[in-house]
Design a protein around this ligand. Structure first.
Ligand SMILES: NC(=O)c1ccc[n+]([C@@H]2O[C@H](COP(=O)([O-])OP(=O)(O)OC[C@H]3O[C@@H](n4cnc5c(N)ncnc54)[C@H](O)[C@@H]3O)[C@@H](O)[C@H]2O)c1
Length: 439
């Protein structure tokens, strides 16, 4: 066996351990009934929604078997949308075998194994619960739900049904982020003292930018916090551990906007001359104390000129530090105190070597990958879970824990007090007792 192949096998063994707590009954594995595709078992996907994330997920599902060799393979079986012309055109363009105009009908179909939810946040809970009751595996976009209570009901439903579940926090699947996790787990940074993370954007700054669903509480649950904050909370939980308490603040800079929508090419469109109240935050910031004693500083905003997707973090430990920036996502900056004095400094590691998680499946070293590959890698993890019978992290349990941090930040911003996350979760018998369970 070549050393590259054996390193890839070691990586998969390390990355996808069979989690006993998520191990499900074998019946869910044999429920995949589609015709075998060569030696592979098909996982027939039904996707609900087909715009921004619909495009990212469709592309990723198609590319999984192109780059990765697994025992199961995704099949783009059917996509659902409300507008027949729109969903038909999307199905043709993105390579789906069929379409439905009613998501319930999609879930009812016998030829669907996995439901992929890529619709706005207010639809996640109902769709996921109906899908779980129908015995379908589920991938759900973030944030898991509008509220902590809703997210708990979703977790209860998937656990009761014994289906595989995952939430789409794709950034932790960048090879550089996975490598950061490996360095932390190997103790290269020693005890972790600090994490500071931002996700900064600027698309919403024009006061005439319309009130799209992302700025309406009844559809989105919260503003930039649930949209971008949820991603950096996931990175924090993945890399540093569970958050114990937070102190937050939030601000809405523009209080009224013209009503409108997004067109299919992701450009805003104003509907007539009516205006509406903005009832979610444009910016949020919070301090956090981790259960392991580390301190966190987090900031998310849509009002940071020049920042298109400033998803960045720095983690500092007793023996070293790491930095990552999504706009330069192949690179990880690493400082190690053990380096010879005089040569000490941040080095930039281009995480495209076979030693870097997932990277070996793509191109020769130095041949970089991009945003869409984070989704492909996540789908690979999901397929591994479906093949072997466990729900890979991040799953709905991570979604509930993430939602608790979001809710704690909102409550803290409202009350001006520090909020405890374990207290918000304490009545949740559905959560496992183990505190940190990110793989
Ligand atoms: N993982 C990420 O990085 C990431 C990035 C962007 C968005 N998201 C999440 O993905 C989800 C979708 O966001 P998006 O940017 O793709 O939104 P979008 O507005 O681009 O697309 C939403 C899709 O859902 C459809 N839809 C809306 N309500 C529906 C309903 N009731 N029934 C059926 N279809 C319905 C719309 O027609 C559209 O096809 C959100 O939860 C969002 O938070 C995740």
């Amino acid at each position: 066996m070549s050393s590259n192949v054996s390193k890839n096998i070691q990586f998969f063994e390390r990355s996808f351990p069979l989690h006993f707590e998520y191990k499900i009954r074998f019946k869910n594995i044999v429920r995949l009934k589609g015709e075998m595709m060569g030696s592979k078992t098909p996982v027939r996907v039904g996707m609900i929604g087909y715009k921004f994330m619909g495009k990212a997920h469709s592309h990723a599902l198609r590319d999984v078997p192109f780059y990765f060799d697994q025992g199961v393979t995704p099949v783009l079986q059917a996509v659902a949308g409300r507008d027949e012309n729109g969903v038909k055109a999307a199905a043709e363009k993105m390579g789906w075998n069929s379409y439905e105009t009613d998501w319930r009908r999609l879930i009812e179909r016998d030829d669907i194994d996995l439901i992929d939810i890529v619709t706005p946040n207010n639809t996640h809970a109902e769709m996921a619960i109906v899908a779980a009751e129908a015995g379908k595996h589920i991938l759900c976009e973030k944030p898991l739900a509008l509220t902590l209570e809703q997210s708990k009901r979703m977790l209860e439903a998937v656990k009761k049904a014994g289906v595989i579940h995952m939430i789409c926090h794709n950034y932790r699947f960048a090879p550089a982020v996975q490598y950061a996790k490996q360095l932390i787990e190997e103790g290269r940074l020693g005890k972790i003292y600090h994490m500071r993370a931002t996700f900064l954007q600027d698309w919403n700054m024009d006061p005439n930018f319309p009130l799209i669903w992302r700025s309406r509480k009844e559809i989105s649950g919260s503003g930039v916090l649930g949209d971008l904050g949820t991603h950096i909370i996931d990175l924090a939980r993945f890399l540093v551990g569970e958050i114990a308490e937070v102190s937050g603040m939030m601000e809405t800079f523009i209080k009224k906007r013209p009503l409108g929508d997004m067109t299919s090419n992701l450009r805003p469109q104003i509907d007539g001359d009516a205006w509406g109240e903005v009832d979610v935050e444009d910016a949020a910031a919070f301090l956090a104390r981790f259960e392991n004693g580390a301190l966190g500083v987090f900031e998310v905003t849509r009002f940071c000129r020049g920042n298109r997707a400033g998803n960045r973090f720095e983690i500092n430990g007793e023996k070293g530090s790491i930095r990552w920036d999504m706009e330069n996502l192949n690179n990880l900056q690493v400082y190690l105190e053990d380096d010879e004095r005089g040569l000490q400094g941040f080095r930039t590691i281009n995480c495209t070597e076979v030693e870097h998680p997932y990277a070996g499946a793509y191109w020769p070293a130095g041949h970089i990958i991009g945003y869409e590959h984070t989704f492909i890698n996540l789908m690979v993890a999901l397929m591994d879970g479906i093949e072997k019978g466990y729900s890979p992290s991040p799953n709905f349990e991570d979604g509930v824990r993430n939602q608790a941090v979001l809710e704690a930040v909102i409550q803290s911003a409202e009350t001006g007090k520090w909020m405890s996350i374990p207290r918000l979760l304490e009545s949740s018998k559905i959560l496992s007792s183990q505190t940190v369970k990110n793989s």
